[in-house]
Ligand binder design. Structure first.
Ligand code: FES
Length: 162
């Protein structure tokens, strides 16, 4: 994983500030603000966190603490083909963990990371509402059901050449 330096455009900084203001720049709304900014920006790199901290008048360390604590916040851009492994209860009991391990091993990635070529990233999701198909994996918008560790290589190879 490379360390990506992000140059924010003036308009992007303005947009982030505006989103903070839409919550009255209230530090108590930090999680909601982060959600909104990630929804628009896609992820929350250090440079974005700094703007938010300044706007809310709180230490950057506080923002960083929240971003790293919650798994739904990400500090790196997702891959072109984001892989989401459902680790909700139904999927978990049917072996989501071993499927997840297999993806990590195949792509040499940890959860929340993106491959250097920007192609794949791995994330975990709570129940995606397809428990009947557990364990469920999504790649972008495409859903794979009853995924076994043996299927992982094939799933990845569908996207490798794309
Ligand atoms: S727990 Fe995975 S789809 Fe419901």
């Amino acid at each position: 994983m490379s360390n990506i330096k992000v140059e924010l455009k003036k308009s992007q900084v303005e947009k982030i500030k505006e989103m903070c203001r839409s919550f009255d720049a209230d530090p108590g709304e930090l999680i909601n603000i982060l959600h909104k900014v990630q929804g628009s920006f896609g992820y929350l790199p250090a440079e974005v966190q700094e703007v938010i901290a300044r706007e809310l008048n709180i230490p950057v360390a506080k923002v960083y603490g929240v971003v790293t604590f919650y798994s739904f916040f990400s500090m790196i851009p997702k891959g072109k083909f984001p892989i989401s492994v459902c680790t909700g209860t139904a999927c978990y009991v049917r072996g989501a963990e071993t499927v997840l391990q297999e993806f990590k091993k195949e792509l040499k990635l940890e959860v929340g990371e993106t491959t250097d070529n920007g192609k794949f990233s791995i994330n975990c999701l709570r129940c995606v509402g397809a428990c009947g198909l557990a364990p469920v994996v999504m790649v972008g918008d495409k859903t794979y059901g009853r995924v076994s560790p043996e299927m992982v290589k094939d799933i990845i190879s569908e996207y490798r050449e794309v």
